[in-house]
Ligand binder design. Structure first.
Ligand SMILES: [Zn+2]
Length: 144
């Protein structure tokens, strides 16, 4: 098994569905942060068969709940001084500001850089999450 050094301070995102790690990476804009980041793909997992893991060595202040748009089973582990001090699963947010784009090509949020796209949860079932844009009322769907 591939061994990667644990992190001293930071965050481990675990139980990401195999193949979704890169989406998580981009949603958190991890290519823009100035800290060590490790993306592990297709790691063996007892419950999932295979999973992806992301480790970020940094003081991190992310809105982890937006990750539920990619995968609602992601576990967030907060590490301090080499110990796990907190563990939680992402929760489907009622409101999302930024991070996602309105799918309506004529929506003002896709033209004006000063307008932060804002969405509210509209519907949720086993397979789909729907968010409604506060500016144009278009509904954007996410597959679970
Ligand atoms: Zn819109």
């Amino acid at each position: 098994m591939l061994e990667v050094k644990g992190i001293l301070n930071g965050v481990v995102l675990d139980h990401i569905k195999a193949g979704k790690g890169l989406e998580v990476f981009h949603m958190l804009k991890l290519n823009k942060i100035d800290a060590p980041v490790v993306l592990l793909m297709n790691v063996g997992s007892k419950d999932l068969g295979k999973k992806d893991i992301i480790k970020i060595e940094d003081k991190v202040d992310f809105n982890f709940d937006i990750l539920s748009l990619i995968d609602t089973h992601i576990t967030v582990n907060i590490i301090k001084n080499d110990k796990r001090v907190e563990k939680f699963t992402v929760e489907v947010p009622e409101e999302i500001i930024g991070h996602i784009e309105c799918k309506n090509p004529r929506c003002i949020t896709n033209f004006d850089d000063y307008v932060n796209p804002t969405f509210h949860k509209y519907a949720e079932d086993d397979k789909v999450l729907e968010y409604v844009c506060s500016f144009c009322e278009e509904i954007t769907k996410f597959k679970k």
